[in-house]
Each structure stands twice: as structure tokens, then as C-alpha cells.
Write a protein that binds this ligand. Structure first.
Ligand SMILES: Cc1cc2nc3c(=O)[nH]c(=O)nc-3n(C[C@H](O)[C@H](O)[C@H](O)COP(=O)(O)OP(=O)(O)OC[C@H]3O[C@@H](n4cnc5c(N)ncnc54)[C@H](O)[C@@H]3O)c2cc1C
Length: 389
């Protein structure tokens, strides 16, 4: 019988059932159309709609607002399996409801804001993007220049946001904006801005390396006016709110990388059992067997670290979970990219063309080293925490 500490490293029957359900959904609804969407660069509305019916959009939306009320570990399992089916479509589904946006709105939004947005998000009918990055400021968030100024009972917004997921297909952006330009991190607020407001212009960024099925956009705000009550939480406390949301958000990026890496490993194993050279399956060459062994070990290690970070957060160990979430994001994305690269190698020339999905996994997983804080920034965070800072 498993001891209590063993059980912490095993999924419950309910968590395994979530995995099985998402895997079946992925195999039936996502994998068969993955290449088509990668090539067309179309947004997969039909698949997103089916995912919402299966409770896979915004799984962490609380039950009282029509969501599935999942915790961080359960949400990570959903994300992992969606990305295992296909990272591009998986991203389109899981970016419908940003983990960090939902967290900030759940903790600091008004009842009216939750009632206005959460049921629609869970139904796959509404989506809120998150607008932090700008053309000139990515890692250095304290220097952002987008500005919201009070004018009577309205905010007037001017600025430019870059790389915004769901920016051209979403309904609103939770804008991370300066409300006190000289106060660094303490001068940032979060304001909900409808993307059809006068003065908002969105342009799809369509020349990405990967994740072709998911939407990324630049958004320009030119004297955009929104009601004062669109602020989420208190003025100038926005960055504190987002910091609190970073651990669960980074766990989800780690889960994305684990899912893509597992998909690449699965494909490589299947090919190694089929392809013959020198009169034998390539899987019978020690070079290939050892490659698969290292890939599988990296995938399992990344998964364990990801679940550990999620479990710490769900257990209320929030401060510790932040370091583990950065470690999981760093490790899973670096190893995920290596695993996808090795999968291409197992396929040889066939891995370099779109006939097989491994080249897509390699392109798609690459972004997990960049977004939700680059891996260089994760090392800064981990190092800082180790040094007690
Ligand atoms: C597909 C995609 C989707 C995205 N979605 C969103 C979104 O929805 N919302 C959003 O707000 N943003 C989004 N982003 C933006 C993403 O979060 C940023 O690209 C990321 O934070 C890095 O910022 P940057 O691109 O400006 O790079 P920079 O900050 O300019 O960094 C360039 C390089 O310098 C390094 N560097 C910078 N500062 C340091 C430092 N202090 N120490 C060591 N190295 C450093 C970085 O690690 C990187 O290697 C998305 C990006 C992509 C590609």
C-alpha cells in the first residue's frame, strides 16, 4: 500500500479521469485537423466550441459561474493533454481563458465583472486577452509606457501592446497599464478594455515560427475611453495582482511543454518501431534506443516538477510554489524543445517535412522558453529566491 508521501506523487482517480477525457477529446477532435489548421493559419473556432461543450475552456472558472472549478494541477493536466493532441490548437483553447487573467479577476474583480465575463468564458463565447508586453518593453515590465489617465468617470488610454494572444479574436483585453508613470511597479493598474471600443486597432501577427492555429496580435490604443469601473481591483496595485498569478500561469506553460514533448516522444517511438534500415527496425539500434530512453526520462522529470509546483500551489504553499513554478517552466520548456529536436532526428529526413507532426512540435514548443517570462528571467527568479531575496 502506498504511504502518504507516495500518494502525493500519484494522481487521484478523478485526476486520471480528467486526463482520459481530455485525451479522448484530443484524439477525436484535435489531432485529425491539426495539420490543416497549422497550414491555413485559421483560428479553430469549431474546435474551441466543442472544447467549451466538454468543459475544457477556462477549466478554472468557478462552478458558481458555470465553469468546471478545477485547481491548478487539474488545469495543468487539461493543458498537457490539449498540447499533446496539438500545441497550436491546444494553445487556441487554453488561451481563451488566461490563467493569470482569471486569477486576477477571481481574486480582485467585482461581482459585476465576474458575472459579466466568467459564464461567457466557460461557454467558449467570450475571451479576455492579457496585455502586458509592448514593442519596447517585454521583460522589463516596470518600464511599460501604455498610459491610462482619469478624465471624470472615465479612463483615457493611449499606448501600444505587442504579442497579445487572442488579441484579434478576443472580446476584451485585461490591460496592464501605467496609472502613475513615475512609480515603476507601484504605478501599474489592470483595466478591462473591450476590443471593439473606439480607438482600439488590432493587427494579427501572422508570421510566427509556430502555434499557427492560435491568434497573436499587436494592439494600438488611441484615446480609448472606458468607464472608471472597468478597473480590476485597486489603482496602482495591478503588478502585485499579476505577481500573485505568475506561479499558476507558469505551471500551465510547463504543462504545455510537457504535452508537446510527450507528443514528440510518442511519434518517435512509433516511427522507431516501423522504420527499417540495414534490415532491422531503427529502434533496434542502441543509438536510437538510448535517445528514446533519454527523451522519456526528460519528459517524466519535467512532468513531475510541473505537478509538484502545481501541488504546492494547490496546498497553499504559495511562496514556495513560485520558485517551483519557475523551475518547472525553465526545465520543461528547455527539455521539451530538446525532446522535440531529438524526435526530428529519429525521423531523419522525414522529420524535416510536414508529412509528420514532429517538425510542428519543434516549432510550436519553442515559444514556451519565451513567454510568461523568458527562461533567463526564470533563472533570475530562482537564483534570487535561493539567495533569500
Ligand atoms: C506567441 C507569443 C505569445 C505571447 N502572448 C503574450 C500575451 O498574451 N500577452 C503579453 O503581454 N505578452 C505575450 N507575449 C510576449 C512575451 O511575454 C514576451 O515576448 C517575453 O516576456 C519577452 O519579452 P521581449 O520579447 O520583449 O524580450 P526582451 O525582454 O527584449 O528580451 C530579449 C532577450 O534578453 C533577455 N533579457 C531581458 N532582460 C534580461 C535580464 N534582466 N536578465 C537576463 N536576460 C534578460 C531575455 O531573456 C531575452 O533572451 C507573447 C509572446 C509570444 C512570442
Amino acid at each position: 500500500m502506498a504511504s502518504q508521501s507516495d500518494q502525493q506523487f500519484m494522481l487521484s482517480d478523478e485526476q486520471e479521469a480528467i486526463r482520459t477525457a481530455v485525451r479522448e477529446f484530443g484524439e477525436e477532435e484535435i489531432a485529425p485537423v491539426a495539420r490543416e489548421y497549422d497550414e491555413s493559419h485559421e483560428y479553430p473556432w469549431d474546435v474551441v466550441e466543442k472544447a467549451a461543450e466538454a468543459d475544457l475552456v477556462g477549466p478554472m472558472v468557478p462552478i458558481e459561474y458555470g465553469g468546471a472549478g478545477m485547481d491548478v494541477l487539474e488545469t495543468a493536466i487539461v493543458t498537457e493533454e490539449l498540447w499533446r493532441a496539438d500545441p497550436g490548437i491546444g494553445a487556441a483553447i487554453d488561451l481563451m481563458a488566461f490563467n493569470s487573467t482569471l486569477h486576477v479577476m477571481k481574486e480582485y474583480g467585482t461581482e459585476e465583472q465576474k458575472e459579466e465575463w466568467f459564464p461567457g468564458i466557460a461557454a467558449g463565447e467570450k475571451s479576455i486577452a492579457i496585455g502586458i508586453s509592448e514593442p519596447a518593453h517585454g521583460s522589463d515590465v516596470a518600464s511599460i509606457e501604455t498610459r491610462a489617465e482619469k478624465d471624470g468617470d472615465e479612463w483615457v488610454i493611449n499606448g501600444n501592446k505587442m504579442w497579445i494572444s487572442n488579441g484579434s479574436v478576443g472580446d476584451a483585453v485585461l490591460l496592464v497599464t501605467k496609472t502613475d508613470p513615475d512609480a515603476g511597479y507601484d504605478g501599474i493598474s489592470t483595466i478591462l478594455v473591450p476590443l471593439d471600443a473606439d480607438g482600439v486597432t488590432t493587427s494579427k501577427i501572422d508570421n510566427k515560427l509556430g502555434l499557427h492555429a492560435s491568434d497573436t496580435a499587436e494592439i494600438v490604443f488611441d484615446d480609448v475611453r472606458v468607464p472608471a469601473e472597468n478597473i480590476v481591483g485597486e489603482e496602482n496595485r495591478g503588478w502585485q495582482y499579476f505577481n500573485e498569478a505568475m506561479a499558476p500561469a507558469r505551471v500551465q506553460v510547463a504543462a504545455q511543454a510537457v504535452g508537446a514533448a510527450q507528443a514528440a516522444l510518442d511519434a518517435a517511438i512509433e516511427y522507431a518501431n516501423e522504420r527499417e534500415q540495414f534490415g532491422q527496425h531503427i529502434g533496434d539500434f542502441q543509438a536510437i534506443r538510448h535517445k528514446l530512453a533519454e527523451m522519456a526520462t526528460n519528459v517524466e522529470a519535467a512532468r513531475s516538477l510541473t505537478y509538484r509546483a502545481a501541488g504546492l500551489y494547490d496546498a497553499g504553499e504559495v511562496r514556495l510554489s513560485e520558485r517551483f513554478a519557475s523551475m518547472a517552466k525553465l526545465f520543461a520548456s528547455d527539455r521539451g524543445f530538446e525532446v522535440a529536436d531529438e524526435a526530428v532526428q529519429v525521423f531523419g529526413g522525414a522529420g524535416y517535412v510536414t508529412d509528420h507532426p514532429v517538425e510542428r512540435y519543434l516549432r510550436d514548443v519553442r515559444v514556451t522558453k519565451i513567454y510568461e517570462g523568458t527562461n533567463e528571467i526564470q533563472k533570475e527568479i530562482i537564483g534570487g529566491r535561493l539567495l533569500g531575496q
